[in-house]
Write a protein that binds this ligand. Structure first.
Ligand code: MFK
Length: 203
């Protein structure tokens, strides 16, 4: 169930944490979520909240508010191991090839999971400078996939990551990817400040 949290931003805008199972999640998606969430018990992993804002702006991968029709996902981060893992169920509004997920939707989740993983090493705000994806197998619409990302190298403001996407049972590699995220310099941050959310709900 989505959990309502108060946003300091302004009261009429509800900020809802969607990175929890809801009735649109399949049993497979829920089972993987609970396996990943069990890793938070000893503190090694933390669940990254996924906020749907109900104001005029929405995070792209949280913008389809009809449950189960778009991206249904939760991301878990392991700071010590510089890794992130995501379970994602792709809804019917994400079609590309008939009955399969649009490559851009898979790219969106890779960008988001690796961008979230980059928080393990980069401070402040970072942007995707480069994202390379090898699509190995088409992803069935309505299916559940697992995204596994890790930081491979950090050089100052640059974080180099790799990731791969597997079927729910882990038996099939659907994609692999690499990326570069760049933390904004002070000067770039000054310019970007006016666009940044005013509260901690920046996902
Ligand atoms: C909580 C929710 C989390 C979600 C996570 C976020 C997921 C979504 C992330 C996105 O979708 S971000 C949107 C898509 N990306 C962009 O719009 C970024 C557009 N590009 C830029 O703004 C600038 O090019 C960028 C900030 C990436 C880099 O700034 P600059 O082009 O001014 O270069 P800069 O000097 O700051 O770069 C720092 C280093 O990165 C290197 N670099 C930059 N772009 C590169 C590139 N493409 N390939 C290789 N190296 C690159 C650059 O050479 C330099 O290396 P050195 O320090 O060694 O000299």
């Amino acid at each position: 169930m989505a959990r309502q949290v108060n946003s300091q931003r302004n009261q009429e805008e509800a900020v809802i944490d969607l990175a929890w199972p809801n009735e649109a999640w399949s049993d497979v998606t829920k089972e993987i979520f609970h396996q990943l969430n069990a890793g938070t018990e000893n503190g090694d992993w933390t669940r990254h909240p996924g906020y749907l804002r109900t104001g005029e702006r929405r995070l792209y991968c949280r913008n389809i508010s009809e449950q189960g029709k778009g991206f249904e996902y939760a991301i878990f981060i392991n700071k010590r191991e510089q890794r992130a893992t995501c379970v994602c169920q792709f809804g019917p509004y994400l079609e590309g090839p008939p009955s399969h997920v649009h490559g851009g939707a898979v790219a969106t989740m890779l960008d988001t999971v690796m961008g979230t993983c980059a928080y393990n090493v980069l401070e402040g705000f970072h942007l995707t400078a480069n994202l390379n994806i090898n699509y190995k197998k088409p992803v069935r619409l309505g299916s559940t996939a697992i995204f596994l990302a890790k930081v491979d190298k950090q050089e100052n403001r640059k974080a180099y990551l790799s990731a791969y996407v597997t079927s729910a049972d882990g038996s099939t590699t659907l994609c692999d990817a690499t990326s570069l995220f760049v933390q904004l310099s002070q000067e770039q941050m000054e310019k970007a400040k006016k666009y940044l959310p005013q509260d901690s709900h920046n996902d």
